[in-house]
Design a protein around this ligand. Structure first.
Ligand code: SF4
Ligand code: SF4
Length: 125
């Protein structure tokens, strides 16, 4: 099963992605690429492209709703790690639902997480 996020990317093109500046400071153990960030205020950075009227993170690759992925997945900020897709762990994710709705995508359901051939798969005939 392909992970549903790889056909989506909506949350990376909807929210302002803001986080503490230390996450992009290698000296302090941060690993977010600083050149992909911009200063928001004395305490926070934002991923470039997300503090905009039509946000789209500079690190997002591909086309939202078709094929998309994070170009800095291992180095993404903490806030990105906290967003969970709806129903991956048995509950809705308000952030996921809001972003997908805004992009005209159907909300994820529990069915999106069922592997083909899973014995729980509803059968017909
Ligand atoms: S968490 Fe939800 S909105 Fe974000 S990429 Fe995954 S499916 Fe899309
Ligand atoms: S850093 Fe990656 S996961 Fe975070 S908003 Fe940008 S593309 Fe999405």
């Amino acid at each position: 099963m392909e992970h549903p996020c790889l056909r989506c990317g909506a949350c990376c093109a909807f929210f302002r992605v803001a986080f503490h500046w230390s996450e992009a400071d290698a000296f302090l153990g941060g690993n977010v690429p600083p050149e992909l960030t911009e200063k928001l205020d004395p305490h926070r950075l934002a991923m470039r492209g997300t503090d905009a009227a039509k946000p789209r993170c500079v690190a997002l690759r591909g086309t939202v709703g078709e094929a998309a992925h994070c170009g800095i997945y291992a180095q993404r900020p903490s806030v990105c790690r906290e967003v969970q897709p709806s129903w991956e762990f048995g509950a809705i994710s308000p952030q996921c639902d809001k972003a997908r709705l805004a992009h005209g995508l159907p909300l994820l359901t529990a069915q999106d997480w069922i592997e083909p051939g899973d014995p729980d798969m509803p059968r017909t005939g």
